[in-house]
Write a protein that binds this ligand. Sequence first.
Ligand code: GLN
Length: 240
Amino acid sequence: MKKLVLLFMTFLSLVSFGKVEKLYVGTNAEFYPFEYLEDGKIVGFDAELIEAIGKKLNKEIIWKNMAFDGLLPALQSKKIDVIIAGMTATPERKKFVNFSDPYFVSNQMIIINTTDEKSKDITSYESLPNHSVGVVLGYTGDVAVSKLENIDVQRFNGASEAIMSLISKKVQAVVIDSEPAKNYVKNNKGLKLISTDIAKEEYSIAVSKENKKLAEDINSAYKELVNDGTFEKLITKYFK
Ligand code: GLN
């Protein structure tokens, strides 16, 4: 009998208190090695980081994969609770959402096609004008390149589309974040990396301005992961 009562109480507590809340997480899984698809599943550095944060907060992660420029509107209209997408915490975006403490420093890089004569004179950010340059719509690379004059900016929905266009010589350069850039160059013969002097960027997790508690919870879970060594293990796994 005692056992039965105990079982019943455990059941009750599970139903009423132990309910795992869902955390809807938006990303654009085309940003290696932060988020990408493997057998249809979203994996990568960001994916593991938010899964670990979810565990600390006792929340189940429900992924929503979408175009990068759809992420902020989805957060504002509450279709998702957070964004983790290698997203740079820019002053412009800070007007609309709250960002967590930064978790990664990055910068923009140029990729050129060495088999394209018209690509070869691109040696810096300043030498991009008078060329067709591919960027991903709404990325910080788009913002940086769009500031230049006399430039033909071609905006793509995803990084791999921009790279395809570079390989087929429709654009003479692509400007994207350093880590995915390194990966595209490693995997495509003839492509070459050029550094830029564009300011460094910091990636953060975005949360709705109305959801202050969630932002605080994410920050404390993140701090715990830094302190218990989980974060460093992830850095080593993906970047060292
Ligand atoms: N860091 C860039 C930005 O925030 C690109 C992010 C991404 O492609 N996922 O715009």
